[in-house]
Design a protein around this ligand. Structure first.
Ligand code: ZN
Length: 287
């Protein structure tokens, strides 16, 4: 496999020892429906996923308001269509909305044509809400080289799916500069909290105290390396009361260090790309 060509990156730390991006993947029912439309009739499974947009998102938005923190919401097209108020509320509260596939099927399992269709449908759906996304995250972070090339082709400015660094970097995708903002399973709530019998999306119910300890230890060490702490949250998981309190504890820990900055993903991408591209510059609506 050919690795994408890396190019020099701009200063994104801007004096901080580490930067936290609070990324919120509003999957809702999409990962379940991606396994089969039959789950539309599984009322309990659907309700478990609906907790995210119904309860989790408003609570996370309130928490962000309380601490005046920016965040980036990755929204699958299926979620945007089923829960239009999520798009409206997140945009109204001043947060970034970025792409997360249309159906939440993993690009590694899709043909090149299907991958293109996922991006086209997502863009069309977002434009209907007046949102021009500049970033993308592959469902389950599972992408191919073709996915990356499509992002460049469609004029997106960054991706957040690859794991070969813990600092953002710049590369060429289809001949255009694109930033990578690496995530990791360690900083994802899915591995800690996802439990669902049918379909099996995980079998974990960990104590929030353990999760806060895990994430805080990682951030503390990241301060020595100038890393990007890409926290990944799912409202149907982290929206539950004790977990939300755990998230607040982590936020307070980060703020208490005094040298940790919080930023939206598009802001980091813009800095990595040399600050030439202001947030909000992305693909143009197509007729
Ligand atoms: Zn997802």
């Amino acid at each position: 496999m050919d690795w994408p060509e890396r190019i020099p990156a701009g200063d994104w730390l801007r004096g901080a020892s580490a930067v936290v991006v609070l990324s919120v993947d509003v999957d809702a029912e999409s990962p379940v429906l991606a396994r089969g439309e039959r789950y539309l009739n599984h009322l309990t499974t659907m309700s478990h996923q609906a907790y995210g947009p119904r309860v989790g998102v408003p609570r996370i938005l309130d928490l962000l308001d309380r601490y005046r923190l920016p965040a980036t919401f990755f929204v699958p097209g299926v979620t945007a269509e089923r829960w239009p108020h999520v798009m409206e509320n997140v945009a109204e509260r001043g947060h970034e909305i970025a792409m997360h596939g249309f159906t939440h099927r993993h690009p590694v399992h899709l043909s090149e044509g299907e991958q293109r269709e996922e991006i086209e449908r997502s863009l069309k759906c977002f434009f209907r809400f007046g949102v021009a996304p500049t970033g993308y995250r592959a469902p389950n972070w599972e992408m191919t080289r073709h996915t990356l090339d499509l992002l460049g082709e469609f004029g997106l400015r960054y991706d957040s799916s690859l794991m070969d660094d813990d600092r953002p970097y710049a590369m060429l995708s289809a001949g255009r500069p694109i930033a990578e903002l690496p995530p990791h399973w360690l900083l994802d709530d899915w591995e800690q909290y996802a439990f669902l019998p049918e379909p099996d999306v995980g079998q974990q119910i960990e104590a929030p105290s353990k999760v806060v300890e895990l994430w805080s230890a990682e951030l503390e060490a990241m301060r020595s390396f100038g890393s990007l702490c890409m926290l990944t949250l799912h409202p149907f998981l982290t929206g539950r009361p004790s977990r939300l309190r755990g998230l607040e504890e982590f936020i307070r820990f980060a703020l208490s260090r005094g040298d940790v900055r919080f930023a939206r993903a598009d802001e980091i991408a813009s800095a990595v790309l040399g600050g030439e591209d202001a947030p909000g510059t992305g693909p143009a609506p197509q007729s």
